[in-house]
Design a protein around this ligand. Structure first.
Ligand code: HEC
Ligand code: HEC
Length: 257
């Protein structure tokens, strides 16, 4: 009887321990944001095993096909470089921000993978990581072309398409392509003007009716409840954007109540 009882207690202990693992370990695992060495080793091994078992051992039918390299480069630059970097070094804009980091294809571990493994990973993605599955977006031939291009990056024989960083002047110019009204609307709602003036700028008074914004009152505020907004909050250019947004409402017949 007492032997049986100690078996029960041991079993209960095991269950409690398991529960603790789930309750404590999983949140910890999800919350931490840097590599634990063992975890990285385990993750790499898991990726290797799964991609080897499921990926088979097909050779790349498009290896060294120059046309495939060219189309692979285009597809890679469009779909992969944001994370893996134009040169494949894992330094794309989002590369170092994901957990785990986007793979550096020039690393030894990535070079060791077979073509079939790379193909399988690109087609199916890697669950629990930021690596998306591209099987529905690209035909098999396109994926083989990207694998060929990754190999060329690894050999250092690829001429990567490097998209230059935009200059500030270019960004400003690009911004003009957005209409003033769109920008004005964004400012209107972002700064909470609608909380008092309503979504259409017709409360308490009609903001659109005068054909221009009384900039004076926006800058100085009023004792009747209009807050003051300095140039550090709304620039003159933004005020002009706001104006063209509010003027739009003058053209829209008000909705019947
Ligand atoms: C949103 C970011 C993101 C994008 C976009 C992305 N990847 Fe990944 N990729 C990752 C991450 C993160 C990993 C690493 C997963 C890990 O460490 O287990 C990865 C891993 C891989 C691997 C496995 C490498 C290895 O040696 O384990 C291959 C191959 C790969 N990506 C190819 C591609 C290709 C080709 C594209 C474009 C079609 C692409 N990736 C787009 C984030 C991305
Ligand atoms: C806390 C409420 C509140 C917020 C937020 C607010 N306003 Fe006002 N606003 C008022 C009141 C009340 C008046 C009327 C004041 C008066 O008549 O003295 C007014 C008046 C104005 C006027 C003058 C209207 C006229 O008759 O010519 C303009 C222009 C204006 N607001 C623009 C804005 C803009 C743009 C924003 C967002 C950046 C904003 N307001 C945010 C309450 C507010």
């Amino acid at each position: 009887m007492s032997k049986r009882r100690s078996v029960y207690i041991a079993a209960l202990g095991a269950i409690v321990a398991l529960l603790l693992v789930f309750v404590l370990a999983l949140p910890l695992a999800l919350a931490h944001r840097q590599d634990l060495p063992l975890e990285r080793v385990y993750g790499d091994a898991a990726v290797s095993v799964v991609s080897r078992v499921l990926g088979g051992d097909a050779a790349n039918p498009l290896a060294n096909d120059p046309r495939a390299l060219a189309s692979g480069r285009t597809a890679y630059t469009g779909s992969c470089a944001v994370c893996h970097g134009a040169k494949g070094d894992g330094r794309g804009a989002f590369g170092p921000t994901t957990y785990p980091d986007a793979t550096d294809f020039t690393s030894a571990a990535a070079k060791e993978k077979t073509d079939a493994q790379l193909f399988w990973i690109v087609k199916n993605g890697l669950g629990f990581t930021a690596m998306p599955a591209f099987g529905s977006q690209y035909k098999d031939a396109d994926i083989w072309a990207m694998v060929a291009y990754i190999r060329a990056l690894q050999r250092g024989t690829a001429s990567a398409l490097v998209i230059p960083e935009p200059s500030l002047a270019q960004l400003d110019a690009a911004d003009l392509s957005v209409s003033r009204q769109t920008r004005g609307a964004a400012i209107y709602f972002a700064l909470g003007c609608h909380l008092c003036h309503g979504p259409e700028g017709n409360a308490p008074g009609d903001l659109s009716i005068r054909g221009r914004i009384e900039t004076e009152i926006v800058r100085r505020g009023s004792a009747q409840g209009m807050p003051a907004y300095g140039k550090d909050v709304i620039t003159d250019a933004e005020l002009a954007d706001l104006e063209s947004y509010l003027l739009r409402f003058a053209a829209i017949p008000s909705s019947p109540d």
